[in-house]
Design a protein around this ligand. Sequence first.
Ligand code: PLP
Length: 415
Amino acid sequence: MLREAARQRLQAIAEQGQTRLRRTAHSPTAVHQWASLPGQEPLRQLHFCSNDYLGLASHPSVVQALVDGARRHGVGSGASHLVTGHHAAHETLEQVLAAWFEPWVEQARALSFSTGYMANLAVVTGLAGLVPADEVAIFSDALNHASLIDACRLSRAAVHRYPHADLQALEHALERCPQRLRIIVTDGVFSMDGDLAPLPPLMALAQAHDAWLVVDDAHGLGVLGARGRGTVEALLGSGVGVTATDRLIVVGTLGKAVGAAGAFVVAQADLAEALLQTARPYIFTTASPPALADAVRASLGLIESEEGSRRRAHLQALVARWRSGAQALVQRHPAAGWALLPSQTPIQALVIGDNRRAVALSAELEGLGLRVPAIRPPTVPTGTARLRITFSSDHTPHDLERLLAALSDIAEHAT
Ligand SMILES: *Cc1c(COP(=O)(O)O)cnc(C)c1O
C-alpha cells in the first residue's frame, strides 16, 4: 500500500512537470561550480542560485578556523547542549552574537541551534508553549518561510496568516485578538521576492498591541546594514531612539551569508533561558560541531571588517547594475511579459508568469552554462512562476553581463 501510494504521488508530481532533479556538486561552493545531474558528467556552470552571498563558504580564513577548530576540539560535539555537547566554542560564539544584537534587543542573550529550521521551531513552539495553548495567538506573514509555517502548526496556538506585509490587516487582527500572548512572526528578507519586512511599523504594532515580534533574518544577516547585522540594522539603524527593543526577538541562520551552518536566536536573557530549559528542538538534538562555531566566529569577524564592507558594497553595485539592465530588457521586450519585482537585496525575482515558460527559460540558460532556478507554485503564488536570481559578492561584472546577454538573446528569439 505504502509503495503504491509513493508510486502514485511520484507519477502525479511528474505529470505536473514538478519533478525536481537533484544536482551533485563536485567543487567547493562558489559562483563557478562543477555540478552534475544524475547519470551525467559534471559541467562547470556559473551559478546565480546560492545563498553564499558574500563568498565566505570557501573563504581561506573561515576554512582555516574550521580546520584549526577540528584539531583542537575534534569533530563531533558528542551530545546535546544540556548533556555534554555545549563547548566553550559555542559559549564564545553566543556571546559574540548577543553583543551583535544588543542595540536592538534589550538584555540580549543568544542561543545556538543546529539549523535555522530548528531555531524557528524552537522559538515559536517554545515561546508559545510557556502559556496554555488557548491563550496564544500567532500572526504570520503569508510569505513566511516554510519552517515558520511548520512552527506555527506545531505550536497548537491560534494562527492568523496576514496578507504579505499588510499592516492594516495585521492591526485589525491584533485589535480583535482575545488571546493574551501575541506573537508576530516575519521573515526579515522574504526569500522568494527579496523584499524587506516593514520592521519599524511592525515594532510599533507590537508595542501598541502588547505583542512580541520574531524576525527570521536568514537572508539579511551579513548582507544588510552598515556592519552586516542584517535587516534590523538596515531598518532600525544604530538602535538609538528605537522603542520596543524589549519586544524584539531575532533569529539568524549561519548557512547563508555567514557561509557555515547552524542558527541562533537572540532574545532577552530570561526568554533565552526559558527556551534553553523547554524548547524541544534545542534540547533533543546533538549540539553542532564546536569547530563550526570557531568557523562562524571567523566569518562574523570578516563580515564586520573592512573586507565585509567591501564585499557588501560590491554586492550592492551588482544588484544596482542588474536592476537597470533587467529593467531595460523587460521594457525592450514587452511581448515577453516579464516583470522585475522590486527588491534591493541580492534576491532578485524575474517574473515570467507561466510555469512551463519559466522552466523552459531556466533550461535554456542552463544550456548556456548558467544556472538560474525557476520557482513555481506552490512555492510562489499561481501565475507568478519566475526566475529567482541570487547574487554573490564573488560575481564579477562580466558574470552579470553574461546573464543579461543570455536573457536578452532568449527574449529576442522568443518574441
Ligand atoms: C534558509 C531559511 C531557513 C532555514 O535555515 P537552515 O539553517 O537552512 O535550516 C529559515 N528561514 C528562512 C527565511 C530561510 O531562508
